[in-house]
Ligand binder design. Sequence first.
Ligand SMILES: NC(=O)C1=CN([C@@H]2O[C@H](COP(=O)(O)OP(=O)(O)OC[C@H]3O[C@@H](n4cnc5c(N)ncnc54)[C@H](O)[C@@H]3O)[C@@H](O)[C@H]2O)[C@@H](O)CC1
Ligand SMILES: Nc1ncnc2c1ncn2[C@@H]1O[C@H](COP(=O)(O)OP(=O)(O)O)[C@@H](O)[C@H]1O
Ligand SMILES: [K+]
Length: 514
Amino acid sequence: MTKEQFVVTAAQMRDIETRIFTAGMPVAALMEKVGGLIFQRLQTIISPDKCVGILAGPGHNGGDALVVARELYFHGYKVWIYQPFSKLKELTSQHFQYVQSLEIPCYQQINELPNCDFLIDGLFGFGLEREITDSIAAAINYFNQRNQPIISIDIPSGLHTDTGEVLGTAIQASYTFCLGLWKQGLLQEQALPYIGKAELIDFHIPLTDIHAVLDNVPQIKRITKTTALSTLPLPRPLITHKYKQGNLLLICGSRRYAGGAILTGLGARASGVGMLSIAVPESLKMSLVSHLPEALIIGCPETEKGAIANLPLVGCVSDSVTHLIDLNSFTTIACGPGLTTDNISIIPEIIECECPLILDADALNILAQLGTIPLLKSRKSATVITPHTGEFKRLFPHIDYTNRVKAVQAAAHESGAIVLLKGARTAISNPQGSVWINPESTPALARGGSGDVLTGLLGGLLAQIPTPELTMEDVVASATWWHSQAGILAAQARTELGVDAFTLTQYLLPVLKR
Ligand SMILES: NC(=O)C1=CN([C@@H]2O[C@H](COP(=O)(O)OP(=O)(O)OC[C@H]3O[C@@H](n4cnc5c(N)ncnc54)[C@H](O)[C@@H]3O)[C@@H](O)[C@H]2O)[C@@H](O)CC1
Ligand SMILES: Nc1ncnc2c1ncn2[C@@H]1O[C@H](COP(=O)(O)OP(=O)(O)O)[C@@H](O)[C@H]1O
Ligand SMILES: [K+]
């Protein structure tokens, strides 16, 4: 694992730090090193003719900021310091004494502060333990209203290190330089408006210390390009055939939502899956054939409203159906986009299948009506459910979803399924509580149909798993990464307004070519 993959809580970071100090690294030396690295990075963003305001807190986050202030000062930058606290930690206090001796202007009141071009936020790091109130809260609100970019050290001051929740108020940063290891709070959706562009400043934490605290298989991981690419079915084996490259069945669409079936099919197409079958209501058949000529389109009997009435399963007698479905002949089945909830009876039938199953969209709404847990627990093979927050609430009304990492863990544990909670920071958990978080995406994806594309893509990738070499949730994570990278690439080319779901499907393969 690379450092970019690990995700820690405040308590875990504290334990890792303690191990480093116990092993002999002097606290002051580490602060000096970290401050130096931050300063080097700042030099690439801020030119020496600029004025920088430093916001220093009482703990070691403040200490880091004061080291940065001193280095900026010696390298010719104009610097001032806002430090309103009367009690500082020992090391922070020493650095404060020194910067005062250099006659760097220091202020305690916001109304005395001069102008500047940038602000460096070193008020609180992972040691923030309660709500920010009174004059410090007022100061943070004031800094947010000034027009300078703010660069936060470790985490924007005011955010809870684990949940990303705003404790009273919080700095709205333009950049966040996270120190050493990614803090969990920075990967939580609610923290997003405060973080700006986030990057990791690696200060060389020994891997042994990380593993000692996080275990050899860490519970919470960040999806990276490297982890995602490593599970894709590339390169293909030279000697293979179409059924060896995955046999996927999609069950989707209705007269009302015909497009959902097409988008799911186009998502699956991009996965390279060897054989693609799509079961849709009979009246959609010709439209599907024209969009996906390579797929086997199975027209199903339909209800009066145009939903699938029943699946023409092998063994059933039917004159009108030309192709019967053997659910056990597929390597993966994905079901849900555009189904409507008109006919809830097909879901119990599909759940009986013995291959991995993805349930999305209306399949989840039906599942919520039928009772999620008993149905999924009886399955013989893995299930992946892919709810957005609304669907999640219907499926798991009793689970608090404010901490989305804990929420997916609880839902996966309860249902026995792999749960992918969609959103700006999609989180995935397996039933054992091992979590992947997708750290990069774009709001361009907040658009009808983009989830359908994900379901198809995911289905196509899962269908191709050379079991048992890969774990399912790793492939789910890769599909999530790939989907959001396609959104990012499409938004770069066409702006955030230009990423309709069809266009998104056209950017999936270019992500891999890059
Ligand atoms: N983890 C590491 O290995 C390293 C951490 N460093 C820095 O140290 C930071 C953590 O330092 P600390 O543990 O000193 O914690 P912080 O600097 O985050 O803040 C803790 C201080 O703030 C006070 N405080 C907490 N909540 C408050 C509130 N709501 N209102 C007013 N005061 C409040 C506490 O009493 C304490 O004095 C990191 O975020 C990072 O910036 C670096 O110096 C070097 C390496
Ligand atoms: N603000 C956002 N930032 C990043 N990704 C988003 C955002 N909002 C939605 N998405 C992504 O877009 C997709 C939307 O899926 P979903 O809600 O199921 O849409 P639909 O059902 O219309 O296809 C998900 O992959 C989700 O993670
Ligand atoms: K900070």
